[in-house]
Ligand binder design. Sequence first.
Ligand SMILES: NC(=O)c1ccc[n+]([C@@H]2O[C@H](COP(=O)([O-])OP(=O)(O)OC[C@H]3O[C@@H](n4cnc5c(N)ncnc54)[C@H](OP(=O)(O)O)[C@@H]3O)[C@@H](O)[C@H]2O)c1
Length: 316
Amino acid sequence: MSRMRAVVVDPSAPHRLALSEVDEPSPDSSEALVRVAAVSLNRGEVRRAMTADEPGARPGWDLSGTVVRTAADGTGPAEGARVVGFLPSGAWAELAAVPTNALAELPDGVSFEQASTLPIAGLTALYALEKGGGLVGKRVLVTGASGGAGLFALELARLAGARVVALVRREEHDGLVREAGAHAVAVGEDGEAARGYGPYGLILESIGGAVLGNALSMLAPEGTCVSFGVSGGAESTFDVRNFFYAGGAALYGFIIFHEVLAQPASEGLARLVRLVDEGSLTPRIEVVEDWTAFGAVADRLMQRGFTGKAVLRVGV
Ligand SMILES: NC(=O)c1ccc[n+]([C@@H]2O[C@H](COP(=O)([O-])OP(=O)(O)OC[C@H]3O[C@@H](n4cnc5c(N)ncnc54)[C@H](OP(=O)(O)O)[C@@H]3O)[C@@H](O)[C@H]2O)c1
């Protein structure tokens, strides 16, 4: 079997991540073989790689690159097509076998770097916003608004016609989130600052802890809070009365790997890529490095050393 380089979990490496030689993938009949050009990092996968994954595990969700072998069943992009793809693991590698229902073709106007930011952060923002139904004129609160998923959510909510409120914990992020689409910005650690701009028809909540607890009492009648992250804390308490008094309020537990079973990643990615191509969606890339810098960039991501997305060029 031919060999390639990939990022693997290595507890003895400085940041628990190391480049290593592994077997090349053997695609199933419904998978295309992609030569990876760029990947982006997400908080969830880095957290897992640095704390929970076993030695030898192959992390990586987001990738862009070129199809070097079309899927044997004839589905999906042809050989030579530039693509973006989404995997449950193993994207941080020179080659990846990607199911064709998790691939979308890239127009010339979308770079590999831009495309690599879209799978987890962009799909999460897109599919979570769709839990709110029609958004025209609706008040939407995005917590963790200065992060990768949050910035895409602000932009997409604004595009969809919502009245968009961003919750950030640092005053200095006011300009960033307004530029991404926020009509109003609330600043604070526990989320209370967002109450005055509500009640909300939809809340995209990724902080957890006190922010989730408070958000649940800011919903409008029939409003939905989509909980998808715990950047600030995994345990939350709240006064249940303030939640159900709104009438018809709902809490939705969102995990992208479940959502793509109902709505394949290929569909959402194709929509996101079109928006980037026409200039309506702007991936905010803050860091671009060669993949040899993997561990150090992952560390900076976890320390929140930058906002927006980090992209790594693969194979260089
Ligand atoms: N369920 C799913 O399918 C799914 C999909 C995607 C993401 N997620 C989760 O959603 C969250 C956001 O993901 P991401 O990729 O956007 O992460 P990210 O780029 O690292 O952004 C994190 C955001 O959370 C804020 N934050 C971090 N620690 C905080 C704390 N202790 N208190 C308050 N705010 C804090 C950051 O604010 P600063 O800018 O001020 O640091 C930033 O706005 C993560 O927890 C991730 O695991 C889940």
